[in-house]
Unconditional design. Structure first.
Lengths: 169, 149
């Protein structure tokens, strides 16, 4: 009725996925900063020991990031950042992911990051917009706005409808 | 005896006619009289249903001067006695406000999501053209989700 193309369940593109990842990084960094400051205040006050050292802090942030991503993916099928942007991680056939998929997704994520982010390039060029960690975990990321249909903007929908390419991002 | 009875009746009649009612009333102790009346017993004997049935409500309402009645109402005092918080809670207004706020927040988020999905579509269109792919040959969704569209 709104004249907008519906893209619910379609493969999500690079811009949405990058935004979701950025939001997740922001949430993890904020949570870690507040948490570390709180823990440091307690340990300094009670035992005179500061926990603000590079190695323990790095280990802590990696553990937090792992728990954050694995926990949310295994339980809800999406991280909070993906939830805000309206994305969901599914199995490559479209079914809901299992804990095993979520674990492989999280463990394989660094493989996409480490080689200068080359693992993310397939999101742009792959036919199903799957990153390296998606291919390893057997997952895909799709648009899912919950109860509401995922849509493209009206003018763009009209443009894509005129050029008849199905509106798939 | 019959003669005496007739004589007493006539005398009594004359006496009653000549006596001033005000004089008699001034001798009556009304408070004492009222104390002797059992009001509950009196009320028990009143048929309320019958009494109400006899009241012409329409006529009663016509006789009520609403304007005058309202003038006598102290609105400030009335409002002071109102429990506005309970009244608002019972009206369901807080739920309506929360629902509309949630809907507004949802609309704003959807607006941003639409722009991001639009950018995805534009980028994908550019890549498809660059790689000279046939758009119709590209899968748009995983198999199970394609079926549910």
């Amino acid at each position: 009725m709104s004249g907008r193309l519906t893209v619910t369940g379609h493969y999500a593109g690079a811009v949405s996925r990058a935004t979701a990842t950025a939001l997740d990084l922001l949430l993890i960094a904020t949570t870690f900063t507040i948490g570390l400051a709180g823990v440091n205040l307690l340990t300094t006050s009670f035992w005179g020991v500061s926990v603000r050292r590079a190695l323990p802090a790095t280990i802590a942030v990696v553990v937090l990031a792992f728990c954050y991503v694995f926990g949310f993916l295994a339980i809800a099928g999406r991280t909070p950042g993906q939830g805000i942007v309206g994305l969901r991680v599914v199995r490559s056939d479209g079914g809901p992911i299992r804990a095993g998929n979520a674990l492989r997704w999280v463990v394989a994520f660094p493989f996409s990051v480490v080689p200068a982010g080359l693992g993310f390039v397939p999101i742009v060029f792959h036919r199903e917009h799957r990153a390296l960690h998606d291919l390893i975990a057997g997952t895909a990321v799709v648009y899912d706005w919950g109860e509401r249909p995922a849509e493209l903007p009206g003018p763009l929908s009209a443009f894509l409808a005129r050029h008849d390419d199905g509106g798939s991002p | 005896m019959a003669v005496l009875g007739r004589l007493a009746g006539k005398v009594t009649g004359r006496v009653v006619e000549s006596v001033q009612p005000d004089v008699i009333l001034s001798h009556i102790d009304l408070d004492a009289l009222l104390d002797r009346i059992d009001l509950n017993r009196l009320l028990d004997r009143i048929d309320v249903e019958r009494l109400v049935a006899r009241i012409d409500v329409e006529d009663l309402m016509d006789r009520v001067d609403v304007e005058r009645l309202l003038e006598r109402v102290d609105l400030d005092r009335l409002v002071e006695r109102l429990d506005v918080e309970t009244l608002v809670r019972r009206s369901g207004l807080p739920e309506v406000v929360v629902e509309s706020q949630a809907r507004l927040a949802g609309s704003v988020i959807d607006l941003v999501r639409r722009q991001l999905a639009g950018l995805d579509a534009v980028l994908n269109r550019g890549v498809t053209r660059l790689l000279r792919r046939d758009p119709d040959s590209l899968p748009i969704a995983p198999r199970l989700l394609e079926d549910s569209e």
